[in-house]
Design a binder for this molecule. Structure first.
Ligand code: BGC
Length: 482
């Protein structure tokens, strides 16, 4: 390119692909020595999932993995983001518990097959499926001293087994969801909450903050281990991925402008500020006082700078108004209805998601300016309203999802090429319709339709749109040379 030409494509080493997570797709819960995760029994309890269904079969990807990889290759992705099941690899989870060779073999073969197809494995170590045995033994994430050590050992086993081939690691997926949805609202496993109608145990005012603290430390010590014992030989990158949606003031009143920042402080800053800046956000300390655990100076040294990049999962934008008593949102009220009564964007199947692509560009700029590291967008997607009750041919014509991705990809390009934000990867969620946690199989996020009766996969229009868009908008296809 000459200096007078302006780049109009994403750089050639830009990574794109689709994302999934082990419990949401694998099924085969009792196969090859896998131990239970906290989602196994939880999803079977009456009322915990919308359709009463569990993860025992899901998209059957533990058995159909070769077909899945063939479809990824057909799509022409550069990379695939998936997660490892801790309890397949160490069925009881703990640092002195045996490693399951069949679990290792499964993922090892999987990684080899991806590489044979020229697909870069982008691997999440923990996407919410804590070994049940650790929860039973000592309360899982509630017990910092135990869980940090067990998590480090699990990470070490994975680095040892797969790190010769895996160069992109994510330690944790969405600590906010782990903490708040699992131990605050009690809607995700292990389902603890102060609401006794929901859970016989739990304390929503203290436990989420304790859990978040343990997750940060587990992440940070695993990264320390990677850097000290594996990085020189394996040469990979390791980081964490955080959820967080753009927060827009409801109107320009100073209270609401401040409220939007408070929303970001709790949704994102809770984890990102310690990890990238070395301290919890001031607002969280003010809101929680002694309920927010403290890092020792020694821990803080390990936490600060413990991610090689910024891993971003984001779906929507919230209009923010000061007030309410929801600490999990920073004492901020969220709405999608503008002051003039109009909706922010197209409504998804789930209540928390509307399509507002401008927010994605704002968020990319905010993260880049504040944390100053390359951004990997590791999740982003849309669930079309009532898709589950449509005949397949209609579901495949997923116009709302196509529009969502049209808007997002335009924002992505603008952020990179016009605003100069260093975005290096983009992974739409999800490769397949799958087990959508508390929504069961009702809410479909896939760009590939899954017929759960036959386990047949059918590309939706959105898959075709994305494949073409990335084909047209990345500088040159050097996929095979990676
Ligand atoms: C999670 C996914 C989930 C998706 C859609 C993210 O919070 O990481 O596991 O399926 O959102 O709800």
């Amino acid at each position: 390119m000459t200096s007078t030409e302006v780049a109009n494509k994403l750089p050639k080493d830009f990574i794109w692909g689709f994302a999934t997570a082990s419990f949401q797709i694998e099924g085969s819960a009792n196969v090859d020595g896998r131990g239970k995760s906290i989602w196994d029994d939880f999803s079977k309890q009456p009322g915990k999932t919308m359709d009463g269904r569990d993860g025992d079969v899901a998209t059957d990807s533990y058995r159909l993995w070769k077909e899945d990889i063939a479809l990824l290759a057909q799509y022409g992705v550069k990379s695939y983001r998936f997660s490892l099941s801790w309890s397949r690899i160490i069925p009881l989870g703990g640092r002195n518990d045996p490693v399951n060779p069949r679990g290792i073999a499964f993922y090892s073969n999987f990684i080899n097959a991806l590489l044979e197809h020229g697909i870069i494995p982008f691997v999440t170590l923990y996407h919410w499926d804590l070994p049940q045995a650790l929860h039973d033994k000592y309360g899982g994430w509630l017990n910092k001293d135990e869980i940090v050590q067990d998590y480090i050992r699990y990470a070490k086993v994975c680095f040892q087994a797969f790190g010769d081939r895996v160069k992109h690691w994510l330690t944790m997926n969405e600590p906010w969801c782990i903490s708040i949805l699992g131990y605050g609202r009690g809607v995700f496993a292990p389902g603890r909450s102060s609401d006794r109608g929901r859970s016989p145990e739990g304390n929503s005012s203290t436990e989420p903050w304790i859990v978040g603290h343990s997750v940060i430390l587990s992440h940070a010590y695993a990264v320390k281990l990677y850097r000290e014992e594996f990085k020189a030989a394996q040469g990979g990158q390791v980081g964490i991925t955080l959820n967080g949606d753009w927060a827009m003031p409801y109107n320009d009143s100073p209270q609401n402008v401040e409220a939007a920042q408070h929303a970001l402080d709790v949704a994102i800053g809770w984890f990102a500020d310690p990890i990238y800046l070395g301290h919890y956000p001031g607002y969280m300390k003010q809101m929680l006082r002694e309920r927010l655990p403290e890092f020792t100076p020694e821990e803080l040294k390990v936490v600060k700078g413990s991610s090689d990049f910024y891993g971003m999962n984001t779906y929507t934008t919230n209009l923010c108004r000061d007030g309410g008593d929801d600490e999990f949102q920073g004492l901020v009220e969220y709405t999608f209805i503008r002051p003039d009564g109009t909706q922010l964007g197209t409504q998804a199947h789930c209540a928390w998601l509307q399509d507002y692509p401008q927010g994605f560009r704002h968020l990319l700029n905010y993260i880049w300016k504040r944390y100053k590291l390359p951004i990997y967008v590791t999740e982003n997607g849309f669930a079309v309203k009532d898709e589950h009750s449509k005949p397949i041919e209609e579901a495949l014509q997923d116009d709302d999802r196509v529009n969502y991705f049209k808007g997002i990809t335009a924002s992505l390009k603008a952020a990179v090429l016009e605003d100069g934000v260093d975005v290096r990867a983009y992974f739409p969620w999800s490769f397949l319709d799958n087990f959508e946690w508390a929504d069961g199989y009702v809410t479909r996020f896939g760009v590939t339709y899954v017929d759960y009766e036959t386990q047949q996969r059918y590309p939706k229009e959105s898959a075709k749109f994305l494949v073409k868009w990335f084909g047209d908008n990345i500088d040159a296809d050097d996929r095979k040379s990676q």
